[in-house]
Write a new protein. Structure first.
Length: 109
């Protein structure tokens, strides 16, 4: 029971970061354009390093609270990538095939 609550908390942290970035991406894209897409990789990379370090240090005994900050940062990176990439891809597709491309994009992503 406790483990499932902790796992839910950790996953919620990633989702919260993604949601926050996804909501703010409209403002960011209108101001910076497609350059927002370039922020995903460095943001995610910045999150991977502390999570790998914590995993190496603590192994399977790692506490979920140690994983929350990197997962929030990963969520932010993911949120910064998904919304603008969807818009960027679908804006380049002819209207008659936009539905199929959108379905394919959502399946792959």
């Amino acid at each position: 029971m406790v483990a499932s609550v902790l796992v839910s908390a950790v996953l919620s942290a990633s989702c919260a970061g993604s949601l926050a970035a996804g909501v703010s991406v409209q403002v960011l894209v209108s101001h910076f354009g497609r350059r927002v897409l370039r922020t995903e990789a460095p943001t995610t990379a910045a999150a991977v390093r502390p999570s790998v370090r914590a995993s190496d240090r603590h192994g399977t005994a790692i506490r979920p609270r140690r994983m929350v900050p990197p997962l929030v940062l990963m969520g932010v990176g993911r949120g910064l990538a998904v919304a603008p990439s969807t818009e960027a891809i679908l804006s380049e597709v002819p209207c008659r095939t936009a539905g199929s491309v959108s379905g394919l994009f959502n399946t792959v992503l």
